[in-house]
Design a protein around this ligand. Structure first.
Ligand code: SF4
Length: 392
């Protein structure tokens, strides 16, 4: 795993003038711009101890490491949870890259196999159009001047012009624009300087429509900050459905709110990570397991919250009346059993073409998580636990 020190060392090797001649200014700049992406979670991991590197999945589903950074941490927006916001009294020193130095740094990391691509986000700067120009210029240098064939994920700033949206799509594998909130009123409470419908939804629609003519291999993604507004999990789920169905989103990411010093939301309650995790599980049930929205809604309580419980288990307890025989259940039925995923369901179907399933060990070897699955399964009369135990 590449460390910040290695990145700094490379930056020095690149003779990047705007980074300054000393070690510490290099480190500060890389650190601040790397850490500034904290709430951009259109990737699968982010380590606060390691600003600069994250993991994501490319269009083939392969996990790749990316150099993740802001272009600049200067921002005129007033997101009440962000330390880079204009209304934060704890703003860091302002840093920006130039397109050339960021392109060179990415290239150096890529050539040394430290990363396989770039995830470039940014504050809005003083002029959003200018920052979009620079983001595009960085990608253009990488692709056209340096022949970079690695992965590029570019963030599109709220309110970006149609031509900027098109240009980013022509250079990137993936683009994203942060949704942040589930509705205009929730966004108003979180960030009054952004217009939900015009600055964000309209831009997401530009991307969706342009995708019919501009290839975007890894598609469009977005992210929501969880708990910075009082949107319930059910509202978040509803918004997630809209993003997938209407806007053809490839992925929706969720980031649990954590209060930052000096911001208007400094004293707001932090959200537990399990909330983020449970939302990802419902997202997974919808996208991968193909559960219907109405089935998934069974996992929410009467106030629209998930609670810290496995949503698939809750749905199973409400939907599976009698234990299923894995020897004659359909793929769809098997997928509804906790402890059975798409891979183990497919293995069960293949296995039972050759022999009967008569023992729990067989299921275990096929990848079934027996302790979760057994209350919902019955094999040749064998039933280890009754459903009564689970509903009591
Ligand atoms: S747009 Fe909002 S979240 Fe992004 S850098 Fe600006 S203030 Fe922070």
């Amino acid at each position: 795993m590449v460390s910040l020190e290695k990145i700094v060392h490379l930056a020095q090797g690149c003779n990047l003038e705007s980074l300054g001649p000393e070690f510490n200014p290099h480190k500060d700049k890389l650190n601040v711009l790397g850490a500034g992406t904290k709430y951009d979670v259109c990737t699968s991991s982010w380590r606060p101890d390691m600003p600069g590197v994250c993991h994501s999945f490319n269009q083939d589903g392969r996990c790749i490491s990316l150099f993740k950074t802001l272009f600049t941490n200067y921002c005129t927006h007033q997101c009440n949870y962000c330390q880079n916001a204009a209304n934060s009294i704890n703003r860091s020193q302002v840093f920006s890259y130039t397109p050339e130095e960021l392109a060179q740094l990415t290239l150096s990391l890529y050539r040394l196999n430290y990363v396989e691509g770039l995830f470039l986000s940014s504050g809005a700067g003083k002029d959003e159009d200018l920052i979009m120009d620079k983001i595009i210029e960085t990608a253009r240098l990488l692709r056209l001047k340096y022949g970079f064939s690695g992965y590029i994920h570019l963030k599109i700033l709220p309110g970006a012009s149609f031509s900027h949206v098109r240009e980013t799509m022509e250079l990137a594998d993936r683009v994203s624009i942060n949704l942040e909130a589930t509705s205009a009123s929730h966004l108003e409470a979180m960030c009054p300087t952004k217009d939900f419908s015009c600055d964000i939804l309209q831009r997401q629609k530009f991307i969706r429509d342009l995708m019919t003519t501009v290839p975007l291999p890894a598609g469009q993604t977005t992210q929501l900050v969880i708990g910075a507004s009082n949107a319930s999990d059910a509202e978040i789920f509803q918004r997630m459905l809209y993003e997938y169905i209407e806007l053809k989103m490839k992925r929706t990411y969720y980031s649990a709110f954590s209060p930052q010093q000096g911001t208007p939301f400094e004293f707001k309650e932090a959200q537990p990570l399990w909330r983020e995790h449970r939302l990802y599980q419902t997202d997974w049930l919808y996208r991968i397991y193909r559960f219907s929205p109405n089935e998934i809604k069974l996992a929410f309580d009467e106030n629209g919250y998930l609670g810290n419980f496995d949503p698939k288990m809750i749905i199973a307890k409400k939907r599976i009346d009698l234990p299923l025989d894995p020897n004659n259940s359909s793929y769809k039925e098997l997928l509804h059993v906790p402890g059975i995923g798409p891979k183990s369901a497919r293995r069960i179907l293949a296995f039972r073409k050759m022999k009967q399933i008569t023992r729990r060990e067989q299921l275990s070897r096929l990848g079934v998580r027996i302790t979760k699955a057994e209350p919902f399964l019955k094999i040749n009369g064998w039933k280890n636990t009754t459903l009564d135990r689970w509903s009591s």
